[in-house]
Ligand binder design. Structure first.
Ligand code: HEM
Length: 464
């Protein structure tokens, strides 16, 4: 009996403590100038609910508090913004103090010159340097031939095999970027750099616990290894004095390139390119294969487009810029895949000072989560939003509307948009003109917080 009474007292005490902590946290953030919302537990906030319930947590909060509410997720007091117009405003106002708000742990792994880690003039310079590497002219003359050569061989000899399309598109995204960066030296460094890069990626999405055997600690070691590999590559090229026709060659060429970067800046720029185009390109490619498999009319139309291009060429002729520009339906498939799968849920900003947004005062250091996922399923912008309908994108104006935030917006609009679309288009070209495919079946797909197939997505490939 005594034990029972003690147990009840302990449970009662625990409940009281929890309620008190919960209340204390609400009171702490109950400033009238803040938007409505709940803050959850001290320290942990509402992270567990957010990660467990995902999109429905956001929808519930929106139903209660509207399109602009406060919460405490991923270790930081956060304002969630779902209003398309307000999102546009936040994204163009970096100069007023709305800078990228990605976790410091992630930026530490990606490097201090990584584009997301720099603001103001430094950002303008690094972004300018990047844009000069991936301009339409560079894509046409330098990059597309490399992409073509790579895709043609990466997607060959697959007939009568079962492949994991998730793994294969991940390798594709990494190796295709590496070829653009390091050209003919790609094959000699790929084996060494690839496993290190995968560790680095894992560390950026893991808990920032800096202890032995954690993904976070491993990512730091991986970064060190990648940096020393790239440093050696740069030094070897300098010694050989031969100018290579690839991104690194262009960065190092002081005569033709007006952006002068130090070796450390070049290395972080390379890591930026590898990292930014990795998961976005690979997951969109995997999901395109999934949706096309499920929609025979769309695959027929896509194949028609690519067969028409192939018919005008000899088998060894590469895809050129005019071919790429003619791939209208392919572009539509890529946008519809990104929209329906929501490859990117949103982007993060943080305030560098107390500032007024939407009539509220947001304190310095708070995060703003520009949550764009819901816009993708808003029937005001997309009729019948849960249907895979690439045809909707043939009306070009849809790509230029404020609601189109698949590639972000404002000062940080994705500079790799055309490069990413060109890579996925070339992949689809070789895949649909060579093969048909069936899903093996039974593989699970998770849509949140990242789109992924936890055990892979297996398809059986046969000759078309
Ligand atoms: C389908 C493919 C892609 C998607 C969906 C995508 C999406 C995005 C989004 C949403 C942003 C905005 C991030 C923010 O505002 O914080 C962004 C930025 C960025 N993307 Fe992409 N991206 C893709 C491909 C690529 C590729 C291939 C590259 C390679 C160069 C790239 C490089 C970047 C960089 C460097 C930024 C940061 C720009 C800045 O901070 O100024 N992206 N991307």
């Amino acid at each position: 009996m005594a034990f029972f009474l003690v147990a009840v007292a302990v449970i009662f005490g625990f409940c009281m403590l929890c309620t008190a902590l919960f209340r204390w946290n609400e009171i702490r953030y109950s400033n009238k100038s803040l938007p409505p919302g709940t803050m959850g537990w001290p320290l942990f906030g509402e992270t567990t609910e957010f990660l467990k319930q995902g999109p429905s947590f956001m929808q519930n909060q929106r139903a209660r508090y509207g399109n602009f509410f406060k919460s405490h997720i991923l270790g930081c007091p956060t304002i969630v913004s779902m209003d398309p117009e307000l999102n546009g405003y936040i994204l163009i106002n970096e100069a007023k103090g709305l800078v990228p708000g990605y976790p410091q742990s992630m930026l530490d792994i990606l490097g201090k010159y990584n584009i997301a880690a720099v603001h103001g003039a430094a950002h303008k310079y690094m972004r300018g340097a990047l844009l000069s590497l991936i301009s339409p002219t560079m894509i046409r003359d330098q990059i597309l031939p490399k992409i073509d050569e790579f895709m043609r061989s990466h997607w060959s000899n697959l007939e009568n095999n079962v492949i994991d399309i998730q793994e294969k598109t991940k390798d594709m995204a990494f190796l295709s970027s590496l070829k653009q960066i390091a050209g003919i030296q790609c094959s000699s460094i790929a084996q060494e750099i690839m496993p290190e890069f995968f560790k680095l990626v894992l560390g950026t999405i893991s808990l920032p616990i800096n202890l032995p055997n954690t993904n976070y600690r491993r990512a730091f070691q991986a970064r060190k290894n990648i940096v020393s590999l790239l440093r050696k590559l740069i030094e070897d090229r300098r010694t050989s004095k031969k100018i290579q026709q690839d991104m690194l060659g262009f960065m190092m060429n002081e005569e033709t390139n007006r952006y002068k970067l130090t070796d450390d800046e070049m290395i972080d720029q390379i890591i930026t390119i590898l990292y930014s185009g990795y998961e976005t390109v690979s997951t969109t490619s995997m999901m395109a294969i999934k949706y096309l498999h499920d929609h025979p009319r769309a695959i027929d139309e896509l194949r028609k487009e690519h067969m028409a291009i192939r018919e005008k060429k000899r088998p060894e002729d590469p895809i050129d810029y005019n071919d790429y520009k003619a791939m209208r339906f392919t572009r539509a498939v890529i946008f519809e895949t990104s929209r329906l799968a929501t490859i990117v849920n949103g982007v993060l900003r943080k305030t560098t000072q107390d500032m007024e947004v939407n009539g509220y005062i947001i304190p310095k250091g708070w995060r703003i989560y520009v949550y764009t996922r819901e816009v993708n399923y808003d029937s005001r912008f997309y009729l019948d939003p849960y249907t895979f309908n690439p045809w909707r994108w043939l009306d070009k104006s849809l790509e230029y509307q404020n609601s189109f935030l698949i590639f972000g917006g404002g000062t940080r609009l994705c500079p790799g948009k055309e490069l990413g679309v060109a890579e996925i288009s070339t992949f689809l070209h070789y895949f649909v003109t060579r093969y048909r495919w069936e899903e093996v079946g039974g593989d699970k797909l998770i849509k949140f917080p990242r789109v992924q197939a936890p055990n892979g997505l297996r398809i059986r490939v046969s000759t078309y």
